[in-house]
Design a protein around this ligand. Structure first.
Ligand code: GDP
Ligand code: MN
Length: 361
């Protein structure tokens, strides 16, 4: 789950990383009361979860005379389609230089990788694309508590040594917060010292309970519902709903839809031993997507009994057409139950997908 900038800064600050003085406001009138404490020269930053926020008009400068109207302006904007509900008001830093630092998991070595660039800021992607050597990277063993000095020197190159403790603290955040990504862009040098002017922290979804995060905000209501039932569920952008048991069978159903140039609306694996109740919830969940015109249920009966599945489909009683392919335990009973209620049960996965394609058209 991705934290908002001000939440990430709160975490970073707890690890000794200097962050600008700031406060979160929810209405333009709130700003005046905070200026005496923050200062006359401020930066207003929309707290929205979008990349390239500054370039999209989500970061504005103001002084005491213009603060309130600037806040009003920012609240009225949508940043890449996202409305602004909260603004982080911060003291404006006198930036001498902007650096880039991030820590992520390197998939190939399965270890933390630290990236650093001398030219940070809003153009970092373009700079990195134009010149690969603009970004230095070191891989750090997860068994180490600190980034070893020789790796830190390699990372920093000619950049000021005073950045090193900040980067090392960021490494502690990364380790202890079960992060997928900890990023500071820009990490800035000012006459008053080094500051994290921006902050990004993504916590591994599998570690939310350990991190004391009760609700994953990044999930849609449907994704949360799926999580509650223990379904593996991913939303896609087509109109053909998919329910399978086992990741392999469900994936091959998606592949077959793609093969016939159809578009799947989702991936849903109900898991093993799905009973009537689980199947009913799965069918209702997929049917609740407005874009779904038809649902393909592709199940192999092993521990899962086809008659239970049939009862679940019937109990769901949803509007989109449900096309079924089932094989295995109690297959005949399942077929009989479905036929009684007017559902089509086809002999093969191929036939089921083709039938669904017809409906989707
Ligand atoms: P992003 O676009 O979402 O990454 O937003 P940032 O928080 O990184 O801000 C974008 C840019 O605004 C930075 O790269 C800086 O150039 C500028 N900026 C942000 N805060 C300050 C500040 O306190 N002082 C000055 N002078 N510029 C700032
Ligand atoms: Mn930034």
């Amino acid at each position: 789950m991705k934290l908002l900038e001000y939440e990430a800064k709160r975490v970073f600050s707890g690890y000794g990383i200097p962050v600008p003085k700031g406060v979160v406001i929810r209405a333009p009138e709130e700003i005046a009361a905070h200026l005496p404490e923050i200062g006359d020269s401020v930066v207003l930053k929309a707290q929205v979860d979008v990349g390239g926020r500054g370039k999209a008009g989500g970061v504005l400068m103001a002084d005491d005379a213009t603060a309130e109207e600037t806040a009003r302006e920012l609240f009225s904007r949508e940043i890449k389609g996202v409305p602004v509900g909260e603004i982080l008001v911060e003291e404006r830093l006198a930036i001498e230089h902007e650096y880039y630092v991030s820590i992520a998991v390197d998939r190939s070595s399965r270890q933390p990788v630290v990236l650093f660039a001398d030219a940070g800021g809003v153009e970092i992607e373009n700079a990195a694309r134009a010149d690969e050597s603009a970004v230095r990277r070191v891989v750090v063993s997860p068994l180490l508590r600190d980034i070893p000095p020789f790796l830190m020197r390699e990372l920093l190159g000619g950049a000021p040594k005073e950045l090193a403790p900040v980067i090392n603290s960021l490494y502690h955040v990364f380790q202890e917060k079960d992060a997928m990504l900890a990023e500071v862009n820009p990490l800035v040098k000012t006459p008053q010292g080094v500051y994290a002017a921006d902050a990004k922290l993504i916590v591994d979804d599998n570690a939310l309970a350990r991190q004391g995060i009760a609700v994953n905000r990044d999930l849609s209501e449907r994704e949360r519902e799926a999580e509650k039932h223990g379904f593996s569920y991913v939303e896609l952008d087509g109109s053909i709903g998919v329910i399978g048991n086992g990741a392999g069978l469900t994936m091959s159903t998606l592949d077959l839809i793609e093969y016939y140039q159809g578009r799947a609306a989702n991936f849903l694996d109900v898991g093993g031993g799905a009973d009537q109740e689980r199947v009913m919830h799965a069918v209702r969940l997929v049917a609740s997507m407005p874009k779904v015109a038809v649902i393909v249920v592709n199940l192999l009966g092993g521990i899962t009994r086809c008659d239970e599945v049939a009862k679940g489909i019937i109990a769901a009683g949803v509007a989109p057409t449900v096309v079924v392919r089932m094989a295995g335990t109690n297959e005949e009973e399942g077929r009989r139950l479905l036929a009684e209620c007017g559902y089509r049960m086809l002999e093969s996965m191929d036939a089921a997908v083709k039938a669904a394609m017809e409906v989707a058209k």
